[in-house]
Each structure stands twice: as structure tokens, then as C-alpha cells.
Design a protein around this ligand. Structure first.
Ligand code: F6R
Length: 611
């Protein structure tokens, strides 16, 4: 949600900032801007993408070895040139880039207006930069003090970088509720809202914590809390390859990430399954194994696709570990006064590890003294750091805004976690454990077989690209997959789609079915096969168009459906990992056929760090 990049050192800042913004563009792409310092502070900003910013500054002075850049996902104020960041204070003393929301901006704006401030933009960020300037001028503070004092007054979430005219050899960075990473080079520093712009320059990074404020010059860095206590920076080594954040010949990151899944699942399982395929363990949760084994209840929290993975987790954990599971949206959980007991175990699922609602749910659960685990993809992310223990999914950076490989890795991690718990709790026999491990280990090659149906999925997509509505149906383990298929289609092609448990269709959605309604039915051979065949007949009886995902060799559904996509046979409990892949491909190709920007769908951003 908004991308931030900053540089201070001996090189030209402009190319570093632009490249950094391009890497961060998946976080927001409605406007972009840059501030450079070289004798004077110069700001350029424009509605549109980073490429529009490049065109805009082509003829301008781009020199300077200190600077910062921003790519925006609008919260306050529509996307336009004026609302774009950086924002300058009224008297030109300060410039700021900001990610997050200042919740009390409206009362602050009133006060500042009384002090003679006028506002050019509709943003909360301009209020913050003027507040900093007001405190600086009124109380004769240093730049760092003014930023610190202002941040003590504002409520809400932020990651920000401030430059000042009076102390123009510094960048000040601060964070609360929005991620921020500082890269340490030789006589140079990089700041960014995630590590992707930093990785090509240095591997040594500091993950800022909430309420940290860093003052950075070419000669060094000082890290303090908002209360002015000195913090000893912890330097981490980034373990990320640059190739992992490039498109590698694919047209879009989303397609690349779909095709990476055979490999990402191997990565999720690496080191967790014994070499003889007889055992599975998760080192990251071993310290809390006794509590897990004795758990009375698990509560899974997440948002969007991660919530869908959580729903699959519910089926898995109840089947294999026989522990009652509840699955909650992070946003609902945090506000509905949930009853939490100290022996409850909360599992937060998040690709980014930064989703504000999920993070708030984690904090709430910790306040209730529940044990909190994280299943995250981004190493060192806030949720990963704030939970008591956890599992990394190791899917590598996911840049496409629509989550694909993160989902299959989350479900893979949940499957192996449920198997481990089942074994430890004695609710899963060794024989069944080994069968399931072997099913899981064979998933990557089976995904490759599904990916070979790429052209067939594209063919079907072209036929239905103009449909106005889609319905997705699945039963049991495949119901969350239906939800996920519908979400993928909605977010990247802007076609209205709904996912339903197939049996629920007759309680309402069946009224929608007519000859224009494509219905995607996940109908692989499992316990509910006969029932889903009946559901397909119900759709056909109302002239709906059936696109069925079936097990290889299925002849019954082939007779009834308009189109089938065959996938290799797998055990029901691992079928979500496999059956979601054709749904990802269908959404991708429908969106491409409709001319949509697949990697940067409208109104969306990759990591939702605001409420
Ligand atoms: C959908 C999608 C979103 C995210 C959701 C949670 O394709 O990407 O629904 O799944 O915003 O994000 P994380 O997993 O980062 O917490």
C-alpha cells in the first residue's frame, strides 16, 4: 500500500529511486513523485505510473545524491497531481512521503488552519508535513525533534520519510503500523517500504519497528524510539535473489508466479518432510509444540486470499488433528469483542505479513494472552516478528497483486502443519500420514501437468471473456477454492463473480442461472462427487454454461459439461492446491483478453497496511 524509497550516499539518487519505485509499483500505482536534493530541494510529481513520472522529469534537473520517491495508492483524496506525494510544507521547510493514514488529520487540519495554514491537497499527509513545520518554527526545535513531536500528536499508521531545507544532509524515517526497511551500504543508505528496491544494492538491512525513528546522513544512522530512547539497530542479512523479483520472460508477474508453483511448493516443504517421506515437522513451531498438542481450539485469522487458505486449514486441522477450528476475517475479529481464552491458539495467515487488520488481530490476541502463530511469506515482516512462533511459506516475493503462489504455499504449509499435529496428537495413523506426505510431495509434478493445460484454459477464457457474471461452485475442501476462484476473477477482470458451496446453490443463487451464466464447478473425484454431479445437472437444466474442473479420465461429467479441464487425481485433502491452478489461469487469461492490467488491477494494492 504505497511504495516508499529513499537514498542518501555518494551516487546519483535519481536512477536508484526510479528503479526502486518500479520495483515497488505493485504496492500502489495511481501517482508517483520524487524529491531530490542538490543545492536545492526539488520535487516532481504526477498522476499515473512511474513511467509517467520519468517522462515528466525528462527535461528537468535530476541531479542530487539525496532523495526520496513515492508511488501512491490513494486513501485521502483522488489520484491527481496535487494529491501525489511528496508533499511540501507551506513555508517550504519540509518535504514528506507517507504511507498509511493519519486518523486525526481533520482536527489537526482545523487547528493548523487557525494558525494560518492553507492546504493545496486533500491528503492527510499534507496535514502532517505542515504540523511538523508548525512545531519546528513555533518551538525552535531540531528537525528530528519536530518530526518526533508531531508523531506523538498524530494517531493512525505511517511509514514516512522527511527531508528538510534547514538540515538538508539528512533523511528522517519513521514507522508505525506500516513496514519500513533500511539498507546499509558503504557510505550510503537505502530506505524502502520493502526490501525489493534494496536487494540489488546491499544485503544488510534493518527492519524498523513500530515507533522507531531513524535519522540518516551519509556518515551514519541513529535509531531512536519516539520517546527519544536510543535503539541498538539489529542488522539482518537479506536472503533474496534479484531474479525472484523480475518477470523472467513472462508477460506478467501473475503468470510467472502461477508457473512458479511447482517450485514454490517444493520450497515450502523443504526441510519439513523427512527424506524417507515418513515424517513431517515444522521447526518454527517446535518451541510451542506442547501447547499445540493440547490445544482446545484454534482460531485462524486472515484477509482475502489468506482467509481462503485459512478455510482450507479449518478442514485440514479438523480432519487430521481433530482440533476445533474457527476462521475469522482479521477485520471482523478485531472489532467484534471476540472471546479469547489464554489457552486459545491464534494462527495469523498473511502473505505480506503486513496486512493491518490481520496485524491488529494478532495484537488483540496477544493482549488476551493467547499463543499466536504466524504463517507468513515475507521474512522479517511485522506479523512474522510479532507472533510467538510460526511458519514461513518460502514462496519468494509475490509481485502480482492477485495472490497465486502465496495461496498454494499457505495451503501446503497448513497441510503439513495439520499432518504434524495429527501425528503428535495421535489422531493420525502412521500409514495415513505417509500416504498424505506422499500425496503432498507429488503435488509439484501434478501442478506441472495442470500447467500444461495452459492453452486449453486460454481457449475457454477467450470464449467467456465478455460474460458479465460467473458463479463458482465447490463442496468440502473445494468450497474455499470456489471462493478463491471467484475472487481471482473479480479482482483482475472486473467481472462480477461469486463462490458458493455447491449445495447452497439451490437456496438462492440458482435463480441467477440462465444461458448467459458461466458456472465453474470444481468436481474432482472425492467424497462429494455424486452430489456435485447432481449440482451440475441442476445448472444444465437451467441452461447454465458449465466449465468443470474434473479428475483425469472422468467421462460422466464430460458428457454434461460444456467444457472440462482435467487435472491429475489426488487425495481430497490436497486437492485445493491443485484445483486452484486452472482457476488462476482462467482468471488470468480472461483479464488479459479484456485488456485489463493484470499485475496492477484498478483500486487494489498488494499489501493493505491501512484499515
Ligand atoms: C487477493 C489478494 C488479497 C490478499 C489480502 C491479504 O488476490 O491478494 O485478497 O490475500 O489482502 O493479504 P496478505 O496475505 O498479505 O495478508
Amino acid at each position: 500500500m504505497c511504495g516508499i524509497v529513499g537514498y542518501i550516499g555518494k551516487q546519483d539518487a535519481y536512477p536508484i529511486l526510479i528503479k526502486g519505485l518500479q520495483r515497488l509499483e505493485y504496492r500502489g500505482y495511481d501517482s508517483a513523485g520524487i524529491t531530490l536534493f542538490d543545492e536545492s530541494i526539488r520535487t516532481y510529481k504526477v498522476k499515473g505510473k512511474v513511467s509517467d513520472l520519468e517522462d515528466f522529469v525528462k527535461e528537468s534537473n535530476r541531479s542530487g545524491s539525496i532523495g526520496m520517491g513515492h508511488t501512491r495508492w490513494a486513501t485521502h483524496g483522488e489520484p491527481n497531481d496535487v494529491n501525489a506525494h511528496p508533499h511540501e510544507s507551506q513555508n517550504g521547510k519540509f518535504v514528506i512521503i507517507h504511507n498509511g493514514i493519519i486518523e486525526n488529520y481533520s482536527s489537526l487540519k482545523k487547528q493548523l488552519t487557525n494558525y494560518g495554514y492553507e492546504f493545496k491537497s486533500e491528503t492527510d499527509t499534507e496535514v502532517l508535513v505542515n504540523l511538523i513545520e508548525y512545531l519546528y518554527l513555533d518551538s525552535k526545535l531540531t528537525v528530528e525533534e519536530a518530526v518526533r513531536n508531531a508523531l506523538q500528536i498524530v494517531s493512525g499508521a505511517y511509514a514516512l520519510v522527511v527531508m528538510s531545507k534547514d538540515e538538508d544532509d539528512k533523511l528522517i524515517a519513521a514507522r508505525k503500523g506500516s513496514p519500513m526497511v533500511i539498507g546499509i551500504g558503504e557510505g550510503e543508505y537505502f530506505i524502502a517500504s520493502d526490501a525489493s528496491p534494496i536487494i540489488e544494492h546491499t544485503r544488510s538491512v534493518i527492519y524498523m519497528n513500530d515507533n522507531d525513528i531513524a535519522t540518516i546522513s551519509k556518515h551514519g544512522l541513529s535509531l531512536k524510539t519516539l520517546g527519544n530512547d536510543v535503539v541498538a539497530p539489529k542488522i539482518h542479512e537479506l536472503d533474496l535473489e534479484i531474479g525472484a523479483i523480475e518477470k523472467a520472460g513472462f508477460d506478467h508477474f501473475m503468470l510467472k508466479e502461477i508457473f512458479e508453483q511447482p517450485e514454490t511448493i517444493v520450497n515450502t516443504l523443504r526441510g519439513r518432510v523427512s527424506s524417507d517421506w515418513k515424517d513431517v515437522h515444522h521447526g518454527g513451531v517446535m518451541s510451542v509444540l506442547p501447547q499445540l498438542v493440547n490445544a482446545r481450539r484454534l482460531i485462524i485469522v486472515g484477509c482475502g486470499t489468506s482467509w481462503h487458505a485459512g478455510l482450507v486449514g479449518e478442514y485440514l486441522l479438523e480432519e487430521f488433528a481433530r482440533i476445533p477450528v474457527e476462521v475469522e476475517y482479521g477485520s471482523e475479529f478485531r472489532y467484534r469483542q471476540p472471546i479469547l481464552y489464554p489457552d486459545d491458539i491464534v494462527i495469523a495467515i498473511s502473505q505480506s505479513g503486513e496486512t493491518a487488520d490481520t496485524l491488529a488481530a494478532v495484537r488483540l490476541a496477544k493482549e488476551s494472552r493467547a499463543l499466536v502463530l504466524g504463517i507468513c511469506n515475507v521474512v522479517g515482516s511485522s506479523i512474522a516478528r510479532e507472533t510467538h512462533a510460526g511458519i514461513y511459506t518460502y514462496a519468494g516475493p509475490e509481485i502480482g497483486v492477485a495472490s497465486t503462489k502465496a495461496f498454494t504455499s499457505q495451503v501446503t504449509a497448513l497441510t503439513s502443519f495439520a499432518l504434524m499435529l495429527g501425528k503428535e496428537r495421535g489422531t493420525l495413523s502412521q500409514e495415513r500420514l505417509e500416504t498424505m506426505i506422499s500425496e503432498l510431495m507429488r503435488i509439484p509434478e501434478k501442478i506441472t501437468a495442470v500447467l500444461n493445460q495452459n492453452d486449453h484454459c486460454k481457449y475457454i477464457s477467450d470464449l467467456y471473456k465478455d460474460a458479465e457474471n460467473f458463479l463458482y461452485l465447490g463442496r468440502g475442501y473445494l468450497f474455499p477454492v470456489a471462493l478463491e476462484g471467484a475472487l481471482k476473477l473479480k479482482e483482475i477482470s472486473y467481472i462480477h463473480a461469486e463462490g458458493y458451496p455447491a449445495a447452497e446453490m439451490k437456496h438462492g443463487p440458482i435463480a441467477l442461472i440462465d444461458e448467459k451464466m458461466p458456472v465453474v464447478v470444481i468436481a474432482t473425484k472425492d467424497r462429494s462427487y455424486e452430489k456435485i454431479v447432481s449440482n451440475i445437472q441442476e445448472v444444465k437444466a437451467r441452461k447454465g454454461i458449465v466449465i468443470a474442473i474434473v479428475s483425469e479420465g472422468d467421462t460422466v461429467i464430460k458428457e454434461m459439461a460444456d467444457h472440462v479441464i482435467e487435472i491429475p487425481h489426488v487425495e481430497e485433502a490436497v486437492s485445493p492446491i491443485l484445483s486452484v491452478v486452472p482457476l488462476q489461469l482462467l482468471s488470468y487469461y480472461i483479464a488479459v483478453a479484456r485488456g485489463c492490467n493484470v499485475d496492477q488491477p484498478r483500486n487494489l494494492a498488494k499489501s493493505v497496511t491501512v484499515e
